[in-house]
Ligand binder design. Sequence first.
Ligand SMILES: Cc1cc2nc3c(=O)[nH]c(=O)nc-3n(C[C@H](O)[C@H](O)[C@H](O)COP(=O)(O)OP(=O)(O)OC[C@H]3O[C@@H](n4cnc5c(N)ncnc54)[C@H](O)[C@@H]3O)c2cc1C
Length: 408
Amino acid sequence: MSHSHYDVVIVGGGINGIGLLRDLSLHGVNALIIERGEFCSETSQYSSKMLHGGIRYLESLDFELVFEALREKNTWLKLLPQYAMRAKFHIPVYDHSPHNIVTTSLGSLLYGLLASGNDPIYLPISAKKTLELFPLLNADGLQGTARYEDAYMDDYGLGMANLQDALLQNPSNQAWAYSELRGMETKSTHEGTTYELTLAQKNSSQKIITAHSVIFCTGPFTDQMMNHLKIPWINCLRPSRGSHLWLDSKSLSLPHPMVMQDKSGRVIFLMPRGNKVLLGTTEKSIDPKNIDQEKFITQEETDYLLDCLRFYFPKINISTQDILAKYSGIRPLVVSRPEDNISSQSDVGKISRHHKIFEPLNNVFVLVGGKYTTFRVMVQDIAQTLCNRRKIPYSKKKTLNPLQGWGG
Ligand SMILES: Cc1cc2nc3c(=O)[nH]c(=O)nc-3n(C[C@H](O)[C@H](O)[C@H](O)COP(=O)(O)OP(=O)(O)OC[C@H]3O[C@@H](n4cnc5c(N)ncnc54)[C@H](O)[C@@H]3O)c2cc1C
C-alpha cells in the first residue's frame, strides 16, 4: 500500500475534470486527476459531437446559454481546428412542422446574430433549391430550408488535447487512468482538514492518497458516488440516455448536416462525417441507480431514429443492415430548480442544460450538468475559488492560450 499527498485531487477524467486540470495547471496549482477507466471514456466520448450554441434552446428563450456556448464554439474552432470543424446546418421545414419557414428562418437569423459577428448568417432557401442539394429528401409539403452555422467536433480528440496540454503546462501534475475512488475519510490535522482517499488501481492493490481539496467531476455517476462515500448530499440528477447510429454514407450521401424533427417536434441531427453519417439522438429517462446497466441503445430507440430518417428520405431503402455502429451516452441533467420538477418522460428534454456547483464539505466541490461545448467556462468558478484560497492570482484568460503541441 503506497501513500502520497496532493493539494487538489480531481475525481473523473471526462471533459470537465480535464478542463479543470488544465485551468489549475496553467495557474501553477498542484493537482492529480484520477479516472476509473480510460480518460474520456464515458459521456465525453458518447456525445452527439456538436460544438454548438444549441439552436433548440432559443425556444425556451435561454439566450444566455446559447450566447455563451456560441462564443465557446468559436474559441475551440480557433484553438483546436484539428478537432473542431465548421458546418452549415440545414433545417427542412414542412407544412406539418411546428414552426413555418418564416419563423424558423427568423430563429436561425437570431442564432447567427447571437454569435456576435463570428458566424456567417444564411438566408433560407426555397423548396426547389433544397431538393437540388438533397435530391432524395421528401418533397411532400416542403416549404423550404432555414440554415445556420455551427460546428462538429472529435469529442475524444479535443479532450485528449486538453489533457496533454494540462500535463505539459505543469509537468509535476499527474493523470492516473484505471484509478477508481472507493472511499473518502475526513482527517483533522494541525494544518487543518485533509481528505484520505482510497483508490483501487488496475493490476495493483489499494492505494491511499491525501488531498486538501477534492473536486468531483463524475458526470452522471455523481449521485451514486456521493451516496457511496456518505457525503452530505441531496440527489440532483435526472439521467437520460441519448443513443446514436453510425450509418454508411453509401446508403445516404449528404453534402451538409441536417436538422430533422420527429412527429412531436423533437430535434434529431444527421451529420455526414467522411464515409459515415451520424444519426441521433434519443432522450430516454433512466434509473439513476442503474446507470451502468442502462447505457445501451434499445431496439425501440433504433426504430425511432430510423423511422424519423425514413420520413425525411422515403426513397432510400434504409435498414438495420446499413448501421455500422451504435452508441449511447448518459446526460448528467441537473434537476434543482422548481420549474425543473419533471413529471413525465416527454418533459426530460426540457431540463436545463445549465451546470451546477456544490460544496458539500469544506474544500470538496462537485460540478455537474452543462454541455461539452462550455466546459472551459464551467470549470472557471471552481478554479478561481481554489486559486483564491491559495492566494494565487487567477485569470480567466489563461485557458485561451494556445495548447502546447497543437499549434501553440
Ligand atoms: C447523448 C448525449 C449527447 C450529447 N451531445 C452533446 C453535444 O453534441 N454537444 C455538447 O456540447 N454536449 C453534448 N452532450 C453533453 C456532454 O457530453 C456532457 O455534458 C459532458 O461530456 C459531461 O462531461 P463530464 O466530464 O461531466 O462527464 P463524463 O465524461 O461522464 O466523465 C465523468 C467521469 O467520471 C468517472 N468516474 C465515475 N466514478 C468514478 C470513480 N469512483 N473514480 C474515478 N473516476 C470515476 C467516469 O468513468 C467518467 O469518465 C451530450 C451528452 C449526451 C449524453
